[in-house]
Design a protein around this ligand. Structure first.
Ligand code: COA
Length: 191
């Protein structure tokens, strides 16, 4: 079943975030990916987080209605906390840990061209055996309804251009490509 995120799901969400990353076994610190791509959403907009729960948590979606407001809160309250915990800013990051720490020290806001018409954004991840069963579509539709209810006019996200499965999924559930950079395909949908 799909249900709202609860505080006691936080560890599972962090773990799924790591296990669905491009290098799940490559991190010395298993929390780093979650600190960047899951933690701030659970902290600042938990009401827009949902999980797939089949006895254990197998997947999640997190999101925020207002990307700029979210980025501002991260700038003021989230990244400073993590910079204290991971003080060394690696100028030339080589390991997966160093690459995440670099992001913590130099987080880039989403492009204005994307955010102006699509102010909300999301991240979705399902563990391997949970894919292809309709959970992804159900999670996206649930979050979309919540964002529309909250008055959002549109939703975006960035996808790794190599993640062709995710790109096909997003197209199948109604999103269009907005812009393609070297490292990111920006996709979105107006409501
Ligand atoms: C991407 C992901 C969220 C999709 O969720 P899912 O539960 O597997 O997708 P669903 O079963 O709900 O599929 C929804 C639709 O997308 C289509 N779809 C999904 N993957 C597809 C693929 N690789 N190629 C073509 N269509 C695809 C399905 O056919 C389905 O279409 P339909 O509803 O019209 O029949 C999930 O596979 C996942 O977590 N992958 C690993 C992590 C990841 O890549 N996250 C996204 C990072 S940007």
């Amino acid at each position: 079943m799909i249900r709202k995120f609860r505080l006691d799901d936080e560890y599972a969400v962090y773990d799924i975030c790591l296990r669905t990353s491009s290098n799940p076994d490559g991190f010395d610190d298993p929390q780093l990916v979650g600190h960047v791509y899951a933690g701030p959403y659970l902290r600042f907009s938990p009401q827009f987080a949902s999980v797939v729960d089949e006895g254990t948590v197998l997947g999640y979606i997190v999101g925020t209605p207002d990307t700029r407001e979210f980025e501002a809160r991260c700038r003021e309250e989230w990244w400073p906390m993590l910079r204290k915990r991971y003080p060394d800013d690696p100028a030339d990051p080589k390991t997966p840990d160093e690459r995440m720490i670099r992001i913590i020290h130099h987080f880039l806001p989403a492009p204005e061209e994307i955010v102006k018409d699509h102010p909300s954004h999301l991240h979705i991840n399902l563990l391997d055996g949970t894919r292809g069963k309709g959970y992804g579509r159900a999670l996206i539709e649930r979050l979309t309804d919540e964002l529309i209810e909250a008055g959002s006019p549109g939703l975006h996200f960035g996808v790794d251009p190599a993640n062709t499965n995710a790109l096909a999924f997003y197209r199948a559930v109604g999103f269009a490509e907005l812009r393609r950079d070297t490292h990111t395909v920006w996709m979105g949908r107006r409501f």
